[in-house]
Design a protein around this ligand. Sequence first.
Ligand code: ATP
Ligand code: MG
Length: 301
Amino acid sequence: MKTKQIIKRAREFAKPFRVSKGKDFRLKNVDPGDTLEFTKEADKPRAKEALKMGLSALTELQDKLYAQDKWAVLLMFQAMDAAGKDGAIKHVMSGINPQGCEVYSFKSPSSEDLDHDYLWRCMKCLPNRGHIGIFNRSYYEEVLVVRVHPEFLAKQKLPPKLVDKKIWQQRFEDIRNFEQYLARNGVVVRKFFLHVSRKEQKRRFLDRIDDPLKNWKFSSNDAAERDYWDDYMEAYEKMIQETATTGAPWYVVPADNKWFTRVVVAGAVIETLASLDLAYPKVDQGKLKELAAAKKKLLSK
Ligand code: ATP
Ligand code: MG
């Protein structure tokens, strides 16, 4: 398949899950078990094949992004535990030259982080021009876990008179403005919410408990967070409603089937890169002369 066709396919996989206008977004309209046209287990190899071709197109696009050195791409991943963030990142990365890509994970903030505004630690990790930056969690935790657990907000050392019930609306506004600022500076922002069902999360946790090779992945704290499931879903829905924009859309990706999640994420990354005017830099007359002279010299000895 030609790159053009692969890009067309990638758009078909990504489009149904792209949210560019948040206003009417409802989480209940996205089925975590959705697999689009791949209805049967037997379709899995076809999806895997599509992913493989997608990754080769991705390699080509990233090479141009790097050579052109104008745009930067920031991909952010948010999800409940065990939704498959790490696996999705790993798969997309496999089509990418590590030289032009950095991955950062944002865990509980350190005391140094808490001594600053909440965007500070993420700003330090923004991608260079020509690079792809991947955030495994991000400043969106500030309207998710921090909203669900007010004790985290209390630890942020904010002046008390700045903390009232308007704070979430203000954070959404600041995030929208920040992402617009990035867009205006050539940093292309795309956000992914891997939407796993509560039932599938339970199955994956049990698997982590039963399989000795996966024991390390299990934390009882993750399981305890299940008690707050509905609060999280509400926070995710609001976050998407308030921060999905044309310039920085969310992709709400069904995550009950890992192989499908990966196809959609790869599709979204490909459609993003393909939407940029990527091209290898043109070589000017001076450079052409320099190349010709170098060739002559090399051939003369
Ligand atoms: P894994 O998938 O390997 O478990 P993880 O991203 O869940 O990776 P953990 O160390 O298990 O990593 O968890 C990080 C925790 O940090 C999450 O529970 C997340 O909600 C929390 N966290 C991230 N950012 C913030 C923040 N700004 N304030 C409070 N907690 C945060
Ligand atoms: Mg975790």
